[in-house]
Design a protein around this ligand. Structure first.
Ligand SMILES: CCC[C@H](NC(C)=O)C(=O)O
Ligand SMILES: NC(=O)OP(=O)(O)O
Length: 320
């Protein structure tokens, strides 16, 4: 596996889930794979879970790990071609990337959407330069439009907790005070569409995700109707994807607090579980009682980030 961005990159999902179960039970059993191999983790944005779980996964596999926070210590990077670099950026990405590739065997990249230029973001302009110029396998640690390590961990968590063979999984928008990327809901939708679940997306008008991620999902604008009978409620905020109106891309169209997940919302479900990728803003996305309840899976979900990362990095090491 040379790149990990989309669900198809992991191949057969049932095999991937079986491998996740094997790795979870024996996470130190593959250390020979990573001996004398180096993972370089590059962050253009903040992180807690991705930073810690991916490093842990690499160490489980016997790897050396280097973490670079591009905007804290490295030279400020110019990403545009054809510019005269007389401003505050000392180095161009097109030199920095092959240099980084010299010091590692595998690269993970976090580079969030800028949320101002839809075409630039949805072309995955930044991370695709790492794929093109680093000479190394590259995996996404949340890029402009995808967060596959999160979605894989989410699916592992659903598999571990489902009470019937084809659970109803609902992705629901919730209000937020800042404009957030669409990467998490995009990947969650992509992976749920590929999994054997009854998948529904519910959001206000104007927040429709890009059709390539919505796929075969049912879209329901009535949140109550969507949540009825749900086995898993996956709450997340996202800014306008600009599908209906490109000029609204990256904007906040609604802060309607009736979409906040509280005990009443959960009462509409089939004794459902609550999920969120974290970090979460309590009081906006979800109430304290729901996220603290025994039906909240946010901590096991975060713990499974170590497992999803270890399966992915293991697959990459096996293909070197
Ligand atoms: C894992 C989530 C990362 C990011 N969250 C924030 C707060 O920027 C997002 O919503 O995509
Ligand atoms: N869920 C997730 O990726 O968390 P971080 O942004 O803290 O890495």
């Amino acid at each position: 596996m040379r790149t990990f961005f989309n669900v198809e990159d992991i191949g057969d999902l049932n095999k991937a889930l079986s491998e996740a179960k094997e790795v979870k039970a024996n996470r130190f059993g593959f250390q020979g794979l990573g001996k004398n191999k180096t993972l370089l983790m590059i962050f253009f944005n903040n992180s807690l879970r991705t930073r810690l779980s991916t490093q842990k996964a690499a160490m489980n596999l016997g790897m050396n790990v280097i973490v670079l926070d591009v905007n804290a210590g490295a030279w400020k990077l110019e990403t545009e071609r054809g510019v005269i670099m007389d401003g505050d950026k000392s180095e161009h990405l097109l030199e920095a990337i092959p240099v980084m590739g010299c010091y590692c065997d595998v690269i993970g990249v976090r580079s969030f959407a800028g949320l101002s230029d839809r075409e630039y973001d949805y072309a995955e302009t930044i991370v695709n330069q790492f794929v093109k110029y680093s000479g190394r396998p590259v995996f996404a640690m949340e890029t402009a439009t995808v967060h596959p390590l999160q979605a894989f961990a989410d699916l592992i968590t659903i598999e571990e907790h489902k009470k019937n063979s084809r659970p109803k999984v609902v992705l629901t928008w919730a209000p937020h005070c800042r404009a957030l990327p669409q990467a998490v809901p995009n990947s969650f939708a992509q992976w749920m569409n590929a999994a054997d679940v009854d998948f529904v997306i519910t959001q206000p008008h104007g927040y429709e995700l890009d059709p390539k991620f919505v796929g075969s999902a049912r879209v329901e604008y009535d949140q109550k109707k969507a949540l009825e009978g749900a086995d898993f409620v996956y709450a997340k905020n996202w800014s306008c994807p600009g599908v209906e109106n490109a000029s609204d891309y990256g904007k906040i169209l609604s802060k309607d607090m009736s979409w906040t997940i509280d005990a009443e919302h959960m009462s509409w479900t089939n004794d459902g579980y609550f999920m969120h990728c974290l970090p979460v803003r309590r009081g906006l996305i979800v109430t304290d009682d729901v996220i603290e309840s025994d039906h909240s899976l946010v901590i096991p979900e975060a713990a499974n980030r170590e497992i999803s990362a270890e399966v992915v990095i293991k697959r990459i090491l096996e293909s070197l």
